[in-house]
Design a protein around this ligand. Sequence first.
Ligand code: 5GP
Ligand code: MG
Ligand code: MG
Length: 169
Amino acid sequence: MNVLLTADQIRDRVHALAAEVRDAYVGKPFTVVGVLTGSLVFLADLIRQIDLPLQIGLIAASSYRGTATSPGELTIKDDLLPDIRGRHLLLLDDILDTGQTVTRLVEHLRDRGAASVRVCVFLRKTGRQRIPFEPDFCGFTIPDAFVVGYGLDYNDEYRHLPYIGILAE
Ligand code: 5GP
Ligand code: MG
Ligand code: MG
């Protein structure tokens, strides 16, 4: 495993991100919506550093890709989401790759009556984005490689690693 981001680097960055996020939600009915399963580790670390009242919601999105690299249909499951009408949401995802997942989820959450939806991605991959979209908050920009750890999986493994690594082939 080739370590791209160490646990120390991640901790420092998440600390700074939490301060940015906090400032954006002071005084608002605030719900953090994590995208299953990849955002769980990030969500747990981030929310513990935000000293504001907040609710947590979870949403699942799976894409069935025609090929491994092109966006396909996205299926959204939101039965684990509390009532978000009138609430200001922060959608958290592990990684922004083509941009399909977050742009579709933002649309979905707006349709469900959220007062506002902002997006925070832990990682953003360069050179892969197909859908024009700017996340409001981003942890790290990384090169185009397949990464695992800190919530991100390969075949549902490696999510528990405290660092971000590039799998050796
Ligand atoms: P997008 O819809 O932006 O193309 O894809 C985002 C989703 O693809 C992420 O939520 C994640 O599940 C998966 N993904 C994209 N790149 C990687 C990667 O490098 N590693 C892992 N583990 N998952 C990735
Ligand atoms: Mg995902
Ligand atoms: Mg995955």
